[in-house]
Design a protein around this ligand. Structure first.
Ligand SMILES: *[C@@H]1O[C@H](CO)[C@@H](O)[C@H](O)[C@H]1NC(C)=O
Ligand SMILES: *[C@@H]1O[C@H](CO)[C@@H](O)[C@H](O)[C@H]1NC(C)=O
Ligand SMILES: *[C@@H]1O[C@H](CO)[C@@H](O)[C@H](O)[C@H]1NC(C)=O
Ligand SMILES: *[C@@H]1O[C@H](CO)[C@@H](O)[C@H](O)[C@H]1NC(C)=O
Length: 571
């Protein structure tokens, strides 16, 4: 619950010009689609057997160059539909030369991620230039997606020029590892897939009231007592490996949320018999909230913040703050007497924020809180205690309405609307002893028992505009980006890949180059084929992304489309 850190043109005139299906007949399918791509002649050449990538020395860039070199040599990507690309004979592509303007730029929010990539005709060198290492990593990924064929005959397009950069700087996936545990290799596989989709923030919701798998050097008892078991923890070595892995894959690190055991209502039954919903102790089974009146709370919380800030170099630090439930605090005698002598629940939250936010800032971090701290109907604080220069709010309710409220109040916002971006929705409920299921036809009502039903389809996700309704340019600039979220009440490693992919890919393109074509018209229809092909390529690369169409549709371009389509329909 409460708590913590960030571990954490424009005319694409060529590939999409003459026929709506032409893009499906070339082997080049870059996901997310670049902002600008020109490839007038549809010619290709083969890679030289001693093809190399030449780049400046840099810890993370050099690691990526090795990785991409291996991928290019071993992927043997064969497009699912035949293509008619003319191979130019007489010379081969022998190198990709990478140049970076400023090697020292750290991977922080807002770093310049742009790159240009060209493979000129009649030249044996391709060129990738970027302002930062992190842009160069994106360019390497793009280059890898341009290669097809079976070694030793690997092909690359020639006469191609790409200029690319993201629309939004914060493009994240939130993974909850508290409700169910994921192994380190599940996390690294996810980061790898994110990097292939040019997503750059792994929001690691490490801990919650269900389990505390993070082993902290100064508070080891939290994990010793709070994890699901000794083999279901993340050690400082695991975290450090994951952070390094993230940097090698262009990730701004990750963040986690921790929950020490100086709590009220810990491990009580979440919804006492005979009580109303308003009197519940938590919004779902698994109770416990920090006690803001207990001085010990702040000793532990500060130690945790300090440890986590050391583990995660990222400048953002998540302070949690969502779903504070009054009933839980009210189980504590000190809190009830505070309330009966005129204190309010919001004052309790304010005390907590007052005592922890300056500490987060003292660690040179920007605090991120869930929107609840400002917008909750009951327990919230005034914006005067949330300095705008040190605070970002993450929204999850009411779609564009709350995004607007947050930016109108002057805060930067990260959008993870549950109506569009929650990947766990639509899988039924998880509560037991629900008598409706013992009745014929009792199916959980229209939402099938899932509070945030329906399932968010890739189209729903792709279609969502995170700046919807913001006309003021200053307000639009406060939207840093978004995160799709996989809460894990009903997910674990067995379903991880298929819950995330390819829906997180749809999100990735929508935040990278947008969901509209060069005329400003929504391009969901055109994206389908490309996403489908990218999904097959991810599967070949070892990501268990779920299918979105019968294979027949890819093999028969256009044949699975609806008969009626007007541009205005999906505007
Ligand atoms: C990023 O760097 C490129 C290349 O140096 C430059 O053209 C572009 O203006 C930069 N973008 C921003 C937002 O500063
Ligand atoms: C929180 O800090 C603000 C600003 O310093 C102060 O006015 C307010 O009284 C504090 N609130 C609590 C509950 O301590
Ligand atoms: C915060 O940044 C300042 C200035 O760069 C530095 O002097 C200080 O040591 C940093 N503090 C922490 C806790 O990293
Ligand atoms: C199931 O719910 C009923 C009330 O509908 C309650 O009386 C009973 O104790 C519950 N059983 C369990 C096992 O929780």
């Amino acid at each position: 619950m409460f708590i913590f850190p960030k571990l954490h043109l424009l005319l694409i005139f060529l590939i999409s010009l003459p026929s709506p299906f032409l893009s499906t007949t070339t082997p080049i399918n870059i996901w997310p689609k670049p902002r600008f791509l020109s490839w007038p002649q549809h010619k290709a050449i083969t890679l030289s057997p001693d093809f190399t990538i030449i780049s400046p020395q840099h810890q993370h860039l050099s690691a990526s160059v090795t990785r991409y070199h291996n991928l290019i040599r071993s992927e043997n990507y064969s497009p699912l539909i035949t293509s008619s690309i003319k191979l130019t004979k007489g010379y081969t592509l022998s190198k990709l030369v990478v140049t970076v303007t400023d090697l020292s730029l750290p991977l922080h929010h807002g770093v310049n991620e742009s790159y240009t990539l060209s493979i000129p005709i009649k030249s044996s060198s391709a060129h990738l230039s970027a302002h930062s290492v992190w842009g160069a990593l994106h360019g390497l990924e793009t280059f890898s997606q341009m290669i097809w064929g079976k070694a030793p005959e690997l092909c690359a397009p020639v006469g191609i020029y790409i200029q690319d950069s993201p629309l939004f700087g914060h493009r994240g996936v939130l993974l909850d590892t508290s409700r169910n545990y994921y192994g380190v290799e599940d996390i690294t596989r996810t980061i790898k897939a994110m990097s292939a989709n040019k997503l750059n923030v792994f929001h690691w919701h490490i801990t919650d009231s269900h389990s505390f798998p993070l082993v902290l050097p100064s508070e080891p008892s939290l994990a010793a007592k709070g994890s699901y078991g000794p083999d279901m923890v993340y050690t400082p070595e695991d975290v450090s490996m994951i952070v390094q892995f993230g940097l090698d894959h262009g990730h701004t690190g990750s963040w986690g949320e921790a929950y020490p055991d100086i709590v009220t209502c810990g491990n009580m039954f979440w919804w006492p018999a005979g009580k109303s919903w308003e009197e519940r102790l938590a919004s779902e089974p698994g109770t416990g909230q920090l006690n803001p009146l207990n001085p010990k709370t702040y000793e532990v919380v500060k130690t945790v913040i300090q440890d986590v800030a050391k583990l995660f170099p990222e400048p953002f630090f998540h302070g949690g703050g969502d779903e504070v439930i009054p009933g839980c605090w009210k189980t504590d005698p000190a809190i009830t007497s505070f309330l009966s002598s005129g204190g309010t629940l919001s004052q309790l939250l304010e005390k907590y924020i007052n005592s922890t936010l300056p500490y987060i800032v003292s660690q040179n971090r920007t605090a991120v809180y869930w929107e609840d701290v400002l917008l909750d109907a009951q327990i919230k604080v005034e914006s005067s205690v949330l300095p705008k220069e040190h605070t970002i709010l993450q929204t999850w309710n009411n779609g564009p309405v709350n995004t607007k409220r947050i930016v109108a109040a002057g805060y930067r916002v990260i959008v993870s609307s549950s109506e569009y971006y929650y990947l766990d929705c639509g899988h039924g409920g998880f509560l037991g002893n629900d008598s409706q299921y013992d009745q014929q036809g009792g199916g959980g009502g229209s939402d099938g028992g899932s509070w945030c039903a329906p399932f968010k389809t890739w189209q729903t996700i792709y279609n969502y505009d995170i700046t919807d309704g913001l006309v003021d340019e200053e307000e639009r600039k406060l939207v840093l980006g978004g995160e799709v979220a996989l809460w894990s009440e009903q997910a674990d490693p067995t379903v991880l890949d298929s819950r995330l992919w390819p829906r997180a890919s749809a999100f990735a393109e929508s935040l990278w180059s947008g969901n509209r074509d060069e005329r400003g018209v929504k391009r969901c229809g055109e994206a389908l084929d490309r996403l489908n092909r990218w999904r097959y390529r991810m599967v070949k690369r070892g990501i268990g992304a779920e299918p979105i169409q019968p294979l027949w549709c890819l093999r028969n371009p256009g044949m699975c489309n609806a008969a009626v389509h007007s541009a205005s329909e999906d505007l």
